[in-house]
Ligand binder design. Sequence first.
Ligand code: HEM
Length: 528
Amino acid sequence: MTDHRPPAGDPSQAPMTDRQGHPVHDNQNMRTVGSRGPATMENYQFLEKMSHFDRERVPERVVHARGATAFGYFEATGTWGDEPISKYTRAKLFQEKGKRTDVAVRFSTVAGGRDSSEMARDPRGFAVKFYTEDGNWDLVGNNIGIFFIRDAIKFPDFIHSQKPDPVTFEGSVANRAFDFFSQSPEAMHMIMVLFSPRGIPASFRKQQGFGVNTYKWVNADGDTVLVKYHWSPKLGVSSLTQEDADKIQAKELGYHTKDLYDAIAAGDYPEWELQVQMMSDDEHPELDFDPLDDTKVWPEEIFPPKPVGRMVLNRAPENFFAESEQIAFGTGVLVDGLDFSDDKMLIGRTFSYSDTQRHRVGPNYLQLPVNSPKVRVATNQRDGQMTYHVDTDPDQNPSVNYEPTITGGLREHERDSGYRAAVGPEVSGQLTREPLERTNDYKQAGERFQLQEDWEKEELISNFIDKLSQCDRPIQERMVWHFYLIEDELGQRVGDAIGVSLDDVKDMKPLVTQQLTEEEQERLRNLG
Ligand code: HEM
């Protein structure tokens, strides 16, 4: 029998064991009765290897399945503009100039599966995990700054509309996606950006990031302000036309991941500045939108974004599965000095992330190195699938996994001198199911259109035409109606190309779910 094994003692090849630490002497042949079999049932080495392989995949993320992770640090300015940041937040990571906090960042696309193309016209996820001294903070955002919907209860429907037909699994989702958009006027602002060149970034390193939802900052006195987060890439923003993207996609599905890892390997570390917009913590009746509406931007001339730090990514994962597939971000993961607003999307998201991660990765996902905070963890949570260790404190009586106790278990943390159980304004109201009042779905969409340069408008319109020409006639008509409410030029140019005239749409009534502003009603009357 020929022995193909490399010479023993070759220093370039370390000897193999199984997961029990037993040496593996033969990784080529299963144990059999004679060289032609049959195989024996007690073949532990084969069974262990194969059954682990059978379980190599965990369910992919239900959204944002394709992505790439990198690690680095965040460095604080200690200020918000010219003011000390402590005036607005007591979050420790922001306080001192030059203070560094380790971060993990995962960039992703949204709709496609784990091996799908990174050239998709899709928002890019921009999720940052800060391993702070007070435990982890996750800022889970995107590269666009707004979103398609403003109430979390619509998210499963929205995502279904972006995924293949559940009967045929047919690849083109244009009819499904625009069916949903045509019935969701709040999506108009987002699609004006998504179908522009901004819808396909040139690189993860050359895209902005945003927290999108409205959060709060809390200072040492318990005073709160509303904030929005922006990441600005040092390399500037750069995007691809559909034609560029199609060419790249023909050759390479993982173009953005490769670009990120190549840059890090070359020492060309990507960097972003973190800026924060701020407003007082109230309803702001003077604005024509609600500060809790994630389909809106806060005008920068009124609420200027001011720098609070910078982020540098300087390390790629050592193992993709361990550090990118298993990393778990969530909007519920805040630290002292940061808080939730009542943004209905944010609240809904906060349930969804950890819920899906308990299913996708397992109930002990927070014990994995990439997810676990870099500070002491001591809980009374025990057991469950894949318990890696017990969260005890060295001084804790290991038998006491409950609190309160007088027999050596854990006790509640001391409260800092500035601790306040009650923060922010008082909220009251009746239980209800109602939309926000100031929907104003077309104004910012129109401003986006006007801000675009001619070539960008060309791209936007051509991308809409491409998708809408694959849609059913009633969907085309309703979309052209929305476009006229956004901007005549947009309605007319898309309508002309797909054979829908102003006459075809001018008598259409608003959707039953829609409340038009005075200005929008006026625009609608003028269509006729
Ligand atoms: C991932 C739910 C809205 C950004 C996910 C995942 C779920 C989810 C279930 C998969 C998480 C995992 O398996 O680890 C929701 C719900 C939303 C919502 C219910 C609305 C109610 C948004 C919005 C943004 C966003 C508005 C952008 C601001 C992300 C990102 C990821 C993600 C970046 C990927 C995180 C990673 O890289 O692991 N979302 N999402 N989501 N979501 Fe959302």
